[in-house]
Design a protein around this ligand. Structure first.
Ligand code: PAF
Length: 279
């Protein structure tokens, strides 16, 4: 596996794939890789002859009070995992390579970026859309893979890709979970033992709400019960909501719907989501 930090070197390596007629699957990450990322890599290997994984802790998607400085960074261990998984290129640019002096462009996807996490983390999805747009421009993948755990991020990227007519197929990969149901996340390492034990309330609250809604309970009642369950477990809830899976607006019967939640336990903010059948 080549580890590349300079755009000109990346272009030369990608040119060789192009000349050999080999398409590329891209897995964008911020590192601190876990089994959830490796499921993206597995899916990527099944979809294209060449796999590029990017590791870039993108400052533009962190708010001023967020965890940019303490975000876990462990590139050597990540590179080892990726190499063993048969990845062709690890694209790991420095901030100056991604955002050179004079960089002035912001990609903003209205609507899907403005609600839920977008309302709680102003500017976050502009940062995500901007860097993902750049990664698509840098790598030119035929397909790019993202985890469904960041469901709103996936909706933003799908919207941007369609709106800008980008020639890349966006694939969402189901959330990977611990045995007790907690969604895998690089931020789970912030949880102490007590918080980790309580964190399982998040997938459980979503599961309860899903079952309630699917057996015909009033969604508002099911959502309130989920918030109460989270509060009892020690969470401070930002939202638990039922939305249309594509637009993230109010759900309408007959279209895919999704339950999404964000809640803080101690200093750690966790998100999760689950598909719901809603008529
Ligand atoms: O999901 C992530 O790790 C990041 O938001 C992404 C897509 C790599 C953009 O920085």
């Amino acid at each position: 596996m080549q580890i590349i930090r300079r755009l000109e070197v990346l272009r030369e390596a990608l040119d060789q794939f192009t000349h050999a007629g080999e398409g590329v699957a891209l897995v964008p990450t911020m590192g601190a890789l876990h089994a959830g990322h490796m499921a993206l890599v597995d899916a990527a290997r099944r979809r294209a002859p060449r796999v590029v994984v990017s590791i870039f802790v993108n400052p533009k998607q962190f708010g001023p009070t967020e965890d940019l400085a303490r975000y876990p960074r462990r590139e050597a261990a990540d590179a080892q995992m990726l190499s063993e998984a048969g990845v062709d290129i690890l694209w790991a640019p420095e901030v100056e390579e991604m955002y050179p002096a004079g960089f002035a462009t912001n990609v903003s996807v209205a609507g899907v970026s403005d609600v839920l996490d977008g309302a709680h983390r102003p500017g976050h999805f502009d940062g995500v859309a901007t860097v993902v747009g750049k990664l698509f421009g840098q790598v030119g993948p035929a397909v790019a893979l993202f985890g469904e755990k960041d469901f709103q991020q996936l909706a933003v990227i799908r919207r941007m890709t369609a709106d800008l007519n980008l020639a890349v197929e966006i694939v969402g990969v189901p959330t990977q979970r611990e045995d007790d149901g907690l969604a895998l996340s690089s931020r789970n390492i912030y949880l102490d033992e007590t918080e980790r034990a309580r964190a399982v309330a998040l997938p459980r609250a979503l599961g309860e709400a899903k079952r309630g809604i699917e057996r015909g309970d009033d969604p508002a009642t099911a959502l309130s019960a989920a918030v109460a369950m989270l509060t009892r477990a020690g969470f401070d809830t930002d939202y638990v909501t039922l939305v249309d899976a594509e637009t993230l607006t109010a759900p309408t019967g007959g279209r895919p719907a999704r339950l999404l939640a964000a809640a803080r336990i101690g200093t750690t903010r966790l998100i999760d989501n689950i598909a719901v059948t809603f008529d």
